[in-house]
Write a new protein. Structure first.
Length: 392
């Protein structure tokens, strides 16, 4: 897979960092409950009201065995502003748990080591009304941004780069434990941005670059919006929807994934508009490693996904197979998936027996619609799809 960063997505940000002398001696901020804002010695302004939130920062700090910033069980308004967080160990850089906003993480840099550690960048758990904007997250071993069981989160104007697997190379998948293809079904194969088990969250106007498993993944989400996202050079997939309902992708550019630009599993009632699926397909090392999945495509819809709608989309007529595949259950032959003469036996999702444990069939469900698109003529599956036809 190509490993150049190219021209970075231009973001109009001004990020300045400084050290705050009043921070805790360990360089970490720990707040549990509203009273913690008054005793942490880390607040530089504000009164905690929505119109005048507490301000934490500027600050330079470090996460190792504990997060650099851990805030939990709060209902007051606050903002993290101008933070520089270095992740060197197993903990996440910033962790919010049971935070009821409005709250924000603004103009913050989180970075990790190129190998080792295991921590992630920004992690929200059971929180609401948190805005993450104008930040950069780089070289985490966990997810760059992970949002779990949360709602009304907004993530915008972000750069998230080279996050995820300690060896971000899909040729190694057969030897990685847990196997990324199976761990990815639950969101446990780390990459750029993960939204899991929540609702009404928004991801927009961001560059997700060189992320190992996927630029973004939604798992068990409802009512989300993903718009104006550029994903470049992920090792597996550009974007993944797993058990996602009634969500929208609009103006999403998914470039040069090794397998699929967009992968949809057991997801229903979603709309995908004005988006580009530009996966490049597997390289020779990957098919020789026998890890190539049978469902390679620009965008793949399968595993029971139903009533999804693709309009005004296009692909790259590239090396990954059709620009759009809606699986009818016949793509994986009984003899297994063979590419360039090599049977891909190290790919667990090429084994029909795997689906017994996953609880879904290989085929897509009913009611999926593709119309008004700009794919190359006939560059879809099945041939009867006619994905460029006028929408009713």
């Amino acid at each position: 897979m190509k490993r150049t960063l190219g021209v970075l997505f231009a973001l109009a940000l001004a990020i300045a960092f400084a050290v705050q002398a009043s921070a805790a001696s360990a360089g970490q901020v720990v707040i549990n409950g509203n009273g913690g804002f008054l005793t942490c010695g880390c607040v530089s302004g504000g009164d905690g009201s929505p119109g005048n939130p507490y301000v934490i920062g500027p600050l330079t700090t470090r996460a190792d065995s504990a997060p650099a910033v851990s805030i939990s069980n709060t209902t007051r308004s606050f903002t993290l502003l101008h933070l520089n967080v270095h992740v060197t160990g197993s903990a996440d850089g910033i962790l919010f748990t049971n935070v009821s906003g409005p709250a924000s993480i603004t103009q913050v840099n989180v970075d990790g080591p190129p190998s080792g550690g295991g921590g992630g960048g920004i992690h929200l758990v059971n929180s609401s009304k948190v805005a993450i904007s104008g930040d950069s997250v780089n070289s985490m071993q966990g997810w760059g941004i992970k949002v779990e069981g949360s709602w009304q989160t907004t993530i915008s104007f972000m750069t998230v780069a080279h996050n995820g697997l300690s060896n971000p190379d899909s040729t190694e998948s057969a030897g990685v434990s847990p196997n990324p293809f199976l761990a990815g079904i639950t969101g446990d194969a780390p990459g750029g941005v993960l939204l899991r088990g929540g609702h009404d969250n928004t991801l927009s106007d961001s560059l997700l670059n060189e992320d190992a498993y996927a630029g973004f993944e939604l798992v068990g989400e409802t009512g989300d919006m993903v718009s104006k996202i550029h994903v470049r050079y992920p090792d597996y997939f550009g974007g993944v929807l797993q058990s996602v309902m009634n969500s929208e992708l609009d103006g999403v550019s998914l470039q040069t994934a090794d397998f699929d630009g967009l992968l949809m599993r057991a997801s229903n009632g979603n709309t995908i508009t004005d988006s580009t699926f530009s996966a490049n397909g597997p390289i020779g090392n990957e098919w020789n490693a026998k890890v190539v999945p049978y469902f390679i495509a620009g965008a793949y819809v399968g595993w029971g996904s139903s009533t999804n709608r693709f309009t005004a989309d296009n692909g790259n007529f590239g090396n990954t197979g059709p620009d759009l595949v809606i699986d009818d259950g016949t793509l994986l032959p009984g003899a297994g998936f063979v590419i360039h003469g090599v049977n891909q036996t190290a790919q667990p999702l090429n084994q029909p027996s795997t689906y017994t444990t996953l609880g879904v069939s290989m085929a897509a469900g009913s009611g999926n619609v593709a119309c008004g698109n700009s794919f190359a003529a006939g560059y879809w599956y099945p041939s009867s799809l006619n994905a460029n036809s006028s929408c009713p």
